[in-house]
Design a protein around this ligand. Structure first.
Ligand code: HEM
Ligand code: SF4
Ligand code: SF4
Length: 527
């Protein structure tokens, strides 16, 4: 069984992405796969650039003569500290562009820019400009021939816009025209203005994301830092000769991550660069509203089953649930209320609700909060539907964004795909093992730190470990429960894991029969 939404999203691009990422997941043990931490890695590279930048600024001289010389001093006289930190500063900034680019493409391929998630997407767009301004203003500060090329190019671009009465290019007609105050201004923009704007913009970008992962795993941070350090030592960054506005530089090493617009401008025109930059920004900003439109079903609160405990509001990964004053006669203070504009249809709230228990006798089965396209009654029916053939079989819960569990369905494997494994109430696992006689339950969700709905895998683990309410009851035999975390497209590996699990369950049953011959005799009678 799959939900109506199942696999509408994966599409061929998504499966291709998962396939390309699989070798990285194998190498980095899934959880540490850098592709799962692209936003957080961008922030980490930003920290590295900030710390190294502060050191560089201590020695930087904000004057026409002093700028290039002070950078040369750091690079050559102090190569063991300033030189390495300068290279680290450059490489961390370049790495941020790479992770940012991948972050954008990945979120788009995974359709995480549509529906209620439009906010994170739209507020991400200005960050691209901020990152580019960081790079461009940084190159000015060195005041070498590359800085000269960037400064003249930036001035030409600005002059194309009808905003300045005095053309900016006039500042770069000759060496005498350049004022030392310009370096104070650029240093202020680069080291104070832009960092403040960036912090505010990142905060705004993550405003609707509850518990955002702003730090990559420790191993990933350490690994990236070491990689950047090694690169900095092996391939140090050097300046070009000092800027001289009386002559045009003949050859330059361009940093294509930040400065590609300038060669483009030389090949075309200022107007064309603005057209590409402005048009690209508008198209990117409009993407969430371009067809196919997505209006996911919204979670519904069922007041007769809601005790106002607030677990669902605590767990909702997008802050879509508010606890408000009770509107019915029941003797509880609060009730859950869903904001339809924020709900991404993950169903994690159903998994959090203590009322979500298939053991309850009420028919149809209801709960405090549930998805209209996959209710608790659907959930119970899906477990019960194969109950007659359940003995000795495995019930596999999957998620619409992880490995496609229906591909591993068989006579001894009953599969149910949910919007997210975080939707599984712990009582559902208990019920499957106790009341229907499945020999084991497997949960196959998205790989570590890559849950499509961000927190479903974490919450499932924590509920099983009883670290999060509602916890899985102690009486549930953990040895009959398998959790696997993998990508869509990795069904062969899932099949192997299930085969091993099947053998393990058979061994367990054998052991149980040996230790309790009376019990095994009773079972055979029933059969
Ligand atoms: C400096 C630049 C950026 C940084 C540091 C950054 C960082 C982050 C972080 C930390 C997350 C949360 C990940 C999580 O906890 O699941 C995130 C999510 C996201 N970002 Fe960015 N981001 C940046 C730029 C962008 C850009 C340019 C776009 C797109 C135009 C974008 C689109 C998104 C989307 C769609 C999400 C997913 C939100 C969700 O799960 O609903 N980001 N970003
Ligand atoms: S379905 Fe997901 S996003 Fe919607 S209210 Fe429930 S937990 Fe929040
Ligand atoms: S978890 Fe269930 S009972 Fe608790 S507030 Fe949410 S809907 Fe109500």
């Amino acid at each position: 069984m799959t939900t109506p939404q199942a696999h509408a999203l994966p599409g061929s691009a998504r499966r291709l992405l998962a396939r390309l990422e699989m070798p990285l997941s194998r190498a980095f043990d899934g959880v540490h796969n850098p592709m799962h931490h692209l936003g957080a890695l961008t922030i980490f590279f930003f920290y590295v650039a900030l710390v190294t930048g502060i050191y560089l600024f201590i020695f930087y001289r904000t004057s026409l003569e002093g700028a290039w010389e002070s950078v040369e001093y750091l690079t050559h006289e102090q190569w063991y500290a300033g030189g390495i930190l300068r290279s680290l500063h450059r490489y961390a900034s370049d790495a941020a562009v790479i992770t940012l680019g991948l972050h954008i493409v990945r979120e788009m391929i995974r359709s995480r820019h549509k529906g209620p998630r439009w906010f994170s997407w739209l507020t991400g767009v200005p960050l691209i400009w901020i990152v580019l301004w960081f790079g461009i203003s940084g190159y000015w500060m060195v005041w070498d021939e590359l800085a000269q090329y960037v400064a003249v190019g930036s001035a030409r671009l600005m002059d194309w816009l009808p905003i300045f009465t005095d053309p900016m290019s006039r500042n770069f007609i000759s060496n005498e025209a350049v004022s030392s105050r310009l370096f104070t201004l650029i240093a202020f923009i680069h080291l104070v203005g832009l960092p403040i704007i960036a912090v505010l913009a990142i905060w705004f970008h993550l405003l609707r994301v509850r518990r955002p992962r702003i730090n990559p795993t420790r191993k990933l941070m350490l690994g990236s830092l070491v990689a950047l350090l090694v690169l900095s030592v092996l391939v140090p960054v050097y300046s070009h000769p000092p800027a001289d506005l009386d002559r045009v530089p003949l050859s330059l090493d361009i940093d294509w991550f930040y400065l590609a617009i300038f060669p483009l401008m030389s090949l075309t025109s200022e107007g064309f660069v603005w057209l590409v930059a402005g048009g690209g920004t508008l198209v990117l900003a409009a993407l969430p509203w371009l067809p196919p439109a997505k209006k996911p079903p919204v979670a519904e609160v069922h007041l007769p089953d809601c005790t106002g405990c607030g677990f669902c509001a605590e767990d909702c990964p997008y802050g879509a649930i508010d606890m408000v004053e009770r509107s019915d006669e029941r003797n509880f203070k609060l009730e859950a209320k869903v904001n339809p504009d924020l709900c991404v249809s993950c169903g994690i709230c159903t998994g959090s609700c203590p009322s979500s228990s298939p053991f309850r006798q009420r028919r149809p089965l209801t709960t405090g909060i549930e998805m209209p396209h996959f209710t608790m009654e659907d959930f119970r029916l899906q477990i019960d539907v194969a109950a007659d053939k359940a003995r000795g079989a495995v019930l596999v819960f999957g998620c619409d964004h992880g490995p496609r569990v229906e591909r591993v369905a068989g006579p001894k494997t009953h599969t149910v795909s949910l919007p997210c494994v975080g939707m599984i109430p712990p009582a559902g696992i208990d019920y499957a093992m106790r009341s229907t006689g499945y020999s084991g339950v497997a949960i196959a969700g998205c790989e570590g730190c890559d849950c499509h709905h961000r927190l479903g895998d974490d919450f499932t683990r924590q509920r099983i470990e009883r670290e999060r309410q509602p916890g899985l009851r102690k009486r549930v035999p953990r040895e009959r429960l398998l959790t696997v975390w993998m990508k869509t497209g990795d069904e062969t590996r899932l099949d192997q894991k299930l085969t091993e699990f099947g053998k393990h369950l058979a061994d367990l049953s054998g052991e149980e029969e040996q230790t309790d011959p009376q019990e095994s005799g009773r079972r055979e009678e029933v059969q």
